[in-house]
Design a protein around this ligand. Structure first.
Ligand code: SAM
Length: 1020
């Protein structure tokens, strides 16, 4: 266990010693938590998005941007607060207090935006008497007392010139009042607009909440004037002591750090030592106090100076004329089987697009090989031509004497398939590297060559500004330096490995690591680094102590043969830009100075009081915690246990002192992974242990990525078998636009709130069904009730709905899990045991059927306003989808994930067919005209439906067709003979569409009214 934080505060049992604040220990012992009753998911999603978009501006990313699955701090902070705050009998007040603490209220928003200038305030805010807040300069100059007005309309003459008067705050106006007045300008903004321009609440630290404490204390009966005080008092009221929050799958440490920032005692554990190192860095580097920061900075400077001196002493990066190597570019080289020539394998000949540099292949026929000359200041036409390299779609292509030779990499590599134990396995004829190899051998199928160097001028101390850079062809002197580096590394490798300064372990084959063998013949981790890279890294590693280890890992991410050269941006990319270990045909090697620049302090600084890091499997934790907040690796595309071995290989031997007790191994066999039965078993082992380590009134939040319907049954089973029960579920949109663009499916995060299942409740299927129906209705009623209350509050107009339909839909799942998991025995079956029974493919389990039933019940309750329940019931899924989304669009809701969620909920197979745009934030349905004549045949989910017939009619009417003709057509577009019985429905649908598109497409709306009237008149 590592606890390096100097300022940890001792824990006191306040059931025995009164708390100085006077709060009553255990007075909230059995109170439901706020998160079990409400969470402002819409606003929270906006703040989550904001944090994501901050990129490298996020608090902890500088410690390791290679870690991609970070759960946003704002989400984690919300989870901690909402787990400790009670849900009282006044939910609106609860919400208000929660928003105050999250920086979501108007005054906080004004602080986040920075106090507006008085002249900007009076331009838009409605103020009855501006003199109550401002003084006018020059005194006595007449301004309207009522705002809004534009101060520029009230100029005065000074020294013969027209001058704008000034407004200043009156000295007796409090800071809180100033922000309150500034917030009057928000009247026409949405929360989204405001948050977009604002700082993140977290960035304001304690400044965020000084206006909040009075209201917070009044509502909660606390006496807090800071977050740590509030957290401690709430902890005492719930658990009798300052609360402990733990995360057993801590990863990069985002959850435990957020808890520590608030003032909780924190345990963070993870199976993987790299995750532990990142979490440790969060606590001890980002969270360090001033004094320790100074020590860290000094240690870093020392490391940089030492490595620079050592590299310079070897003279392998300087050209002797005042220039230093910045980036070295290498590519594979193969012998072309048909021509016998040695050919550099380059996907593009472009070296730098913005600097107009490309690599020209100059044939040397006598040696059947190419020289590579760099052409600088190339013409646009040359650069265009250089986009075509020698590697094209799996083939190596070059021309000799006018003859084009095309050979696939697969054939050059000698790919073949063989049978091993009755299974077909892919093999090839690449030589597997020996552990002592540091480079390809001359007779290897693949070889490697240096083909370009970017140089940077060394500036004298008296020179300032940006140092010039240039690309140059590789010279004889460069090759000699290369040779020296190779020999130096070869002769020192064993010693470095012995000391733990270079990797010595074999690459364990796995889904991710296998390709390193298959595609290059690399068998040991050090094979992923060329001699130049090994040299720089071994020197840095030698001087790396605990506080530099995270920086060292960051450098590793940018210094291997897996670093892509981005010729468009003229820079080297990180290995983990795509969370996989991909081999490359050409790559970039950074010089020592570029690598060392990563040691310049770029870390953010948010001092915290402590946090303990434990390197253990979740099922083996030995600590107790009041609250667990976890984000396990469910169905994760990222194979942490494999890819992190890249870093482990460099740190496992003689690890830095603070991490020496950790197991420097990924322990793949203990990792929670996959989605099958074994996954469920390992999850249950973990969650069962957490339940054991939590008091009876403890609470857990389990986060997971929203994927498909099956996940709910999985989760129900895991919760059941772990002795827990679900008390609430929430859905948050957590991905950024760019992440959305990468995958076709939007990923949100579900929060499951869990409690221990105490006692043993029995039920049967019939009773369950009733109970489920009641619970779904109750949940939806409660959430929509809160929506209605909020809607009545004009000051909240900008917030939009507290819950959208997608959240209400979630209520279906939440209710299902809530009702199911509170029972131990259903129909005489012990559900904890049932839950662990392996699934039979293709068979629906009882749990799955019950969840389907609950969600169906919820969906039925989500009838769009203006449609009758009876009509809704008779609609086909695709019709429900179209009409429901039309309603959402009419409210300006155009998030793609909403469409996706509803498509899933309504069981629509191909909703894309109905979409005009699938842009993440600007998704839209096709209008009647855009649908045109599509979706009219049997393969369409709208085939012969009333909704399709109406939309077709609306297109025809807008095209000016005669109403009678259109009605005749409508009849034909429905099932034979269905027109007369469907007339009421057609009218309802047409009127509904008319209303919903009135603002968006007035012509379509007018056509809808004509159609509805037409059908009605025809009937009369
Ligand atoms: C989804 S990540 C957590 C990400 C984290 N919430 C963040 O914001 O960075 C899951 C973590 O679980 C860890 N893990 C996998 N199996 C584990 C086990 N059996 N016990 C503990 N940790 C495990 C992985 O190493 C990984 O760090």
């Amino acid at each position: 266990m590592t606890d390096a934080t100097a300022n940890a505060i001792p824990k006191v049992d306040h059931t025995k010693t009164p708390h100085p604040s006077g709060v009553q220990p255990l007075s909230l012992k059995d109170a439901p938590a706020l998160i079990e009753s409400l969470l402002p998911v819409q606003k929270l999603s906006i703040d989550i998005y904001k944090e994501r978009m901050a990129g490298s501006g996020q608090t902890l990313t500088a410690l390791g941007s290679y870690w991609k699955g970070r759960k946003p701090l704002v989400l984690n902070r919300a989870c901690v607060l909402a787990s400790l705050l009670p849900a009282t009998s006044d939910p609106i007040k609860d919400l208000e207090v929660f928003e105050l603490l999250m920086g979501m209220d108007d005054i906080s928003m004004s602080k986040r935006l920075g106090l507006a200038k008085p002249e900007d305030i009076v331009r838009t805010a409605k103020i009855a008497d501006i003199h109550a807040y401002f003084v006018v300069d020059p005194p006595g100059h007449a301004l309207p007392s009522k705002a809004p007005f534009d101060i520029k309309d009230h100029l005065y003459i000074k020294n013969g010139k027209s001058t704008t008067p000034k407004l200043k705050w009156r000295s007796d106006v409090s800071e809180t009042k100033k922000h309150e007045i500034a917030a009057l300008t928000f009247e026409h903004d949405t929360y989204h607009d405001l948050a977009t321009d604002a700082m993140r609440a977290e960035e304001l630290g304690e400044d965020l909440a000084w206006h909040a404490w009075e209201k917070v204390n009044q509502h909660l009966g606390t006496k807090a004037s800071s977050f740590p005080e509030l957290i401690e008092q709430l902890g005492v009221m719930r658990f009798g002591h300052r609360p402990t929050v733990a995360d057993t799958f801590s990863g990069s440490g985002q959850i435990p750090f957020a808890a520590a920032q608030l003032g909780c005692d924190v345990f963070a554990s993870d199976l993987n030592p790299v995750a532990c190192m990142l979490t440790w860095g969060a606590f001890n580097i980002v969270g360090a106090n001033e004094e320790r920061r100074k020590m860290i900075d000094a240690e870093q400077k020392d490391l940089v100076a030492k490595v620079k001196a050592e590299i310079d002493a070897l003279g392998v990066e300087q050209d002797g004329t005042g220039w230093r190597g910045k980036v070295y570019l290498y590519c594979l080289e193969v012998t072309c089987p048909s021509s016998g020539w040695r050919v550099p394998v380059l996907p593009a000949l472009v070296v730098s697009k913005d600097k107009s540099v490309y690599a020209k292949l100059v044939p040397v026929p006598s040696q059947k090989r190419y020289d590579i000359e760099l052409v600088c200041n190339a013409t646009a036409a040359e650069m265009k031509a250089a986009e075509l390299g020698t590697y094209r779609n799996g083939d190596v292509v070059h021309v000799v004497n006018g003859v084009e030779h095309v050979n696939s990499i697969a054939s050059i590599r000698g790919d073949y398939t063989t049978e091993v134990g009755g299974k077909k396995v892919k093999r090839n004829r690449l030589r597997l590297w020996d552990s002592s190899d540091v480079a390809f051998r001359d007779d290897d199928i693949f070889n490697e060559r240096l083909y370009a160097i970017q140089w940077i001028k060394e500036l004298n101390e008296d020179e300032s500004g940006r140092a010039p850079t240039e690309f140059r062809s590789v010279t004889k002197a460069d090759l000699e330096r290369e040779k020296f580096v190779n020999e130096y590394v070869q002769s020192h490798l064993a010693e470095w490995q012995e000391n733990g300064w270079a990797p010595e372990t074999r690459i364990e084959p796995g889904d991710e690591t296998e390709r390193l063998y298959r595609e290059r013949g690399w068998t040991n981790w050090h094979h992923l680094f060329n001699p130049r890279q090994l040299l720089v890294l071994a020197f840095i590693r030698q001087h790396t102590r605990s506080f530099q280890a995270n920086k060292f890992a960051r450098v590793l991410n940018f210094q291997s043969k897996l670093c892509r050269w981005d010729h468009t941006r003229t820079n080297a990319q990180g290995v983990f830009d795509n969370q996989a270990l991909n081999t490359l045909y050409n790559y970039a090697c950074r010089s020592s100075s570029l690598c060392l620049s990563g040691f310049n302090s770029g870390d953010k600084h948010f001092p915290i009081s402590g946090g303990q890091v434990v390197n253990t499997a979740a099922k083996d934790i030995q600590y107790q915690s009041d609250i667990f907040i976890t984000d396990p690796p469910y169905g994760d595309a990222v194979k942490y246990e494999e890819i992190l071995e890249y870093f482990i290989a460099w740190l496992r031997k003689n690890p830095p002192a603070e991490f020496s007790q950790w197991t420097w191994d990924s322990r793949r066999e203990l990792a929670v992974k996959g989605e099958d039965h074994d996954f469920r078993l390992s999850m249950v082992a973990a969650y069962k242990r957490m339940a054991e380590c939590m008091p009876d009134n403890g609470l857990q939040i389990l986060m997971f990525t929203h994927q498909d319907g099956d996940i709910w049954a999985d989760m129900a089973n895991i919760v059941w078998a772990s002795g827990l029960r679900v008390t609430a579920a929430w859905y948050l949109v957590t991905e950024t636009d760019s992440a959305l663009r990468d995958g076709s499916y939007v990923k949100g995060t579900i929060l499951l709130v869990l409690r221990k299942r105490l006692g043993s409740k029995r039920t049967n299927q019939t009773d369950l069904a009733y109970e489920l129906e009641d619970e779904v209705a109750e949940q939806i009623k409660r959430l929509t009730g809160m929506n209605d209350t909020i809607a009545l509050d004009s000051s909240r107009a900008k917030d939009g709905n507290l819950f959208e339909d997608a959240d209400l839909q979630m209520a279906g799942y939440a209710a299902a899990l809530k009702v199911l998991t509170k029972h131990t025995i259903i129909d005489g079956k012990d559900m904890a045991e049932e839950a662990l029974r392996p699934r039979v493919a293709g068979q629906k389990t009882l749990v799955e059927s019950l969840i389907d039933f609950a969600t169906d019940t919820a969906n039925k309750m989500l009838v769009p306003l203006g449609l009758d329940q009876s009509v809704w019931r008779d609609l086909e899924p695709a019709e429900r989808f179209y009409l429901k989304m039309l309603e959402q669009e009419s409210h300006g809701l155009n998030k793609l994930d909403n469409y996706q969620n509803f498509a899933k909920a309504f069981a629509v197979r191909n909703f894309s067919a109905l979409m005009a745009s699938e842009n993440a934030n600007k998704a839209a349905l096709k209008s009647a005209i855009e649908l045109g004549r599509s979706e009219m045949n049997q393969s369409s989910e709208l085939f012969q439906t009333p909704t399709r017939a109406v939309l077709y009619a609306l297109m025809d009417l807008q095209a000016g067709k005669d109403l009678d003709v259109v009605l005749k057509g409508t009849e034909q577009n429905l099932k034979v003979g269905a027109f007369y019985s469907s007339r009421d429905m057609l009218v309802v649908i047409a009127r509904f569409i008319g209303k919903k598109v009135d603002a968006m497409r007035p012509e379509e709306a007018s056509a809808a009214r004509v159609l509805a009237d037409g059908i009605e008149n025809q009937r009369m």
